[in-house]
Design a protein around this ligand. Sequence first.
Ligand SMILES: Cc1cc2nc3c(=O)[nH]c(=O)nc-3n(C[C@H](O)[C@H](O)[C@H](O)COP(=O)(O)O)c2cc1C
Length: 175
Amino acid sequence: MTEPTTIPVEAADYRTAMARIASAVHLVTTAGPGGRAGFTATAVCSVSDEPPTLLVCINRTASAHAALSVNDTLCVNTLGAHQMDVAGAFGGRTPMDERFATASWGRLVTGSPVLNNARVAFDCRIVGRHAVATHDVLVCEVVALACAGTGDGLLYADRRYHAPPLQAPARDDAA
Ligand SMILES: Cc1cc2nc3c(=O)[nH]c(=O)nc-3n(C[C@H](O)[C@H](O)[C@H](O)COP(=O)(O)O)c2cc1C
């Protein structure tokens, strides 16, 4: 059996450990006085349903950070298995206009770009910002939803994308 790792934990070891966790893949998008911007994110987490609240963690070095520190709204667009190319475009180093040209967009309530055919989209108002280490943690209140997307979800694990078929709903869960 592997011996437990003792502290101190190195940053590279922490990243390797986190890479073992399979995560949903999202595009976090924004538009407003700070400009239009978006990035691929796995650091998205639900907080509460009263009121519906989620967290987004963004590295302060990301090119989308400037827009997200001015705009008070964003949309979390959760990707389906067929949207791996869009995830790649928003995953860094591509100019913003080129990122947005890879897909078609609509809007809900806040005016943030909503990815057409996202598995689910959470349109949000940013209600809190907390600087933690290298990242800003954005606390977001969800003001509108779109659940139009069909098909399997996109996952990221072991530093690559996966599109595993989702299990059919259990008989009791079937609507
Ligand atoms: C699968 C995946 C997940 C990512 N998750 C996050 C995240 O949660 N937060 C974050 O700040 N950057 C995340 N990134 C990195 C950003 O998408 C982006 O590449 C980085 O901010 C640099 O982009 P830039 O060239 O626009 O500055 C992720 C990248 C990938 C490919």
